[in-house]
Design a binder for this molecule. Structure first.
Ligand SMILES: Nc1ncnc2c1ncn2[C@@H]1O[C@H](COP(=O)(O)OP(=O)(O)O)[C@@H](O)[C@H]1O
Ligand SMILES: O=C(CO)[C@@H](O)[C@H](O)COP(=O)(O)O
Length: 456
């Protein structure tokens, strides 16, 4: 049996799956935690990858490997290849002012959407580089190369300084439509032009794994985690995928590039040569974690409580901007609770309001895509919640399909690795099972949420 390895180096943890390259059957897997915080020493990702891989039984029998990882993170290297400072992650909002400055300097959001398909907010790498140039000029001066989390891990594994279209499209200095770097925008933002990784095509080789001395394991280009998830879940044109991880994302595979001057939809590229319009939120699964912590219960009990309360939580509305927010672009926002009464002051009402608030927030992201898909697929850690699955169709006003719980980012990376071994298209792995959830639409829940957060 020929095996492939897929990695998901996401915000909270690193996951490794080892699959049969021909059928996609899961053979073994492992995971390890990442540190907390919005700035992280990349070495911690490396240690987590080693640990997750060890737990997955190592690379025995593996012929190709690929790394999917959280998008946008700024990794700066000096001319010896050492990390200059901790990486600033996609959910670090300190560069919100820099983002506003860059939008103004280029002549407005339309100009950015035309140039790179997206209007930069604090998540985008280009804004982090501007922040660095302004606030840490010594670090900026020492920066000889800039790359993203998956690029850095691929480089540590095999020594080649490369990236892919999907992850490059989240930098703010690579154009998905033109397929080339906009070094003019990077230079204008950063005041210098550091070396950038070569952008590989979807099934170009990225060298071989040298780090573990395991022999000839070929490396695929890897990609950003959302692009990998699209590949892993087998998203087709006509599907919208809603991912409830640390971030919330709603995205679709598209045949042509997009450019939304409102900034809500990021016009990313995907991992197959197509495109991936995507709306991202800073707040998603951790809204459930935070509510469970507040109530002093586990996630299963949070589900039970949420499902025990009435739909609409008796008018209690939870606006989940716990980490600030990106869509809408409110980097300094905080969360809020509205409609507290004696009647709604119960754990069940709070649990229900948190689930509904999270889903209303994701439904806003879904709406911003402006699509009427044949299927809405719910994935990510938060989609393991029974309350989320059962309440989602009421809030979204349409059925949702929940693929069986799995590591779809790591699976997508594994599928990319299998593609490297042969074939004009990604291998046609058999899809796992899925469950369809239906409910009567409950538009009142979204109306009340929209009223409270003041955008309707
Ligand atoms: N049964 C569950 N109910 C609710 N949330 C869950 C459940 N299982 C996992 N999660 C949450 O999912 C999140 C991790 O999801 P994941 O997609 O792996 O995130 P990331 O890829 O951003 O690291 C965590 O915040 C975790 O608490
Ligand atoms: O910033 C984005 C997308 O633009 C996020 O989706 C990150 O890619 C982090 O993903 P998760 O760790 O939540 O999967």
């Amino acid at each position: 049996m020929t095996l492939v390895a897929g990695v998901d180096s996401s915000t909270q943890s690193c996951k490794v799956v080892i699959r049969d390259a021909r059928t996609g059957t899961l053979v073994r897997q492992g995971r390890a935690a990442h540190p907390e915080g919005t700035e992280v020493d990349p070495e911690a990702w490396w240690e987590a990858l080693r640990e997750a891989l060890t737990r997955a039984g190592g690379l025995d029998g593996v012929e190709a490997m690929s790394v999917g990882a959280q998008q946008h993170g700024m990794v700066c290297l000096d001319d010896s290849g050492d990390v200059v400072r901790k990486a600033l992650l996609w959910n670090d909002t300190r560069s919100a002012g820099a983002a506003a400055d860059l939008v103004r300097e280029l002549g407005g959001p339309e100009r950015w959407a035309e140039a790179v398909g997206s209007v930069p907010v604090a998540s985008f790498t280009v804004t982090k580089l501007r922040w660095l140039a302004e606030h840490e000029p010594d670090s900026a001066r020492r920066t000889a190369k800039v790359c993203l989390p998956h690029d850095w891990l691929t480089w540590r594994l095999g020594g080649e300084f490369v990236t892919d279209r999907g992850d490059a499209s989240g930098t703010g200095y690579w154009s998905p439509a033109a397929g080339e770097y906009r070094t003019d925008l990077l230079r204008a933002a950063f005041g210098a032009l550091p070396e950038l990784p070569e952008v590989l095509g979807p099934r170009d080789g990225a060298g071989e794994v040298k780090a573990f001395g395991d022999g000839t394991v070929r490396l695929a280009p890897g990609t950003g985690d959302n692009m990998a998830a699209a590949l892993g879940v087998g998203a087709l044109p006509g599907d919208v995928v809603v991912s409830i991880g640390t971030s919330g994302t709603a995205f679709a595979v598209a045949g042509s590039p997009s450019a939304d001057p409102s900034g809500a939809v990021a016009g990313f590229a995907d991992a197959t040569g197509r495109f991936l319009p995507l709306v991202a939120t800073l707040n998603a699964a951790r809204v459930l974690d935070a509510t469970a912590r507040l109530l002093g219960v586990g996630l299963d009990e949070l589900d039970r409580l949420a499902l025990a309360a009435p739909a609409g939580a008796g008018g209690l509305v939870y606006v989940p901007y716990l980490e600030g927010e990106r869509t809408p672009n409110l980097p300094s926002a905080t969360g809020s609770l509205h409609g507290l009464t004696l009647g709604t002051s119960t754990p069940a009402h709070l649990a229900r309001a948190a689930v509904e608030g999270l889903l209303c927030h994701l439904a806003d992201a879904f709406d911003a895509l402006g699509l009427d898909p044949a299927r809405v697929l719910l994935i990510g850690g938060g989609a393991r919640s029974e309350a989320v699955r059962r309440i989602a169709p009421a809030v979204f006003g349409r059925p949702v399909v929940v693929p069986e719980p799995g590591e779809y980012v790591a699976d997508g990376a594994a599928r990319q690795a299998a593609w490297l071994l042969g074939g004009d298209e990604p291998p046609a792995w058999e899809a796992g099972g899925s469950e369809r959830y239906e409910a009567d639409p409950a538009p009142g829940i979204r109306d009340r949420y929209a009223e409270v957060r003041g955008l309707r």
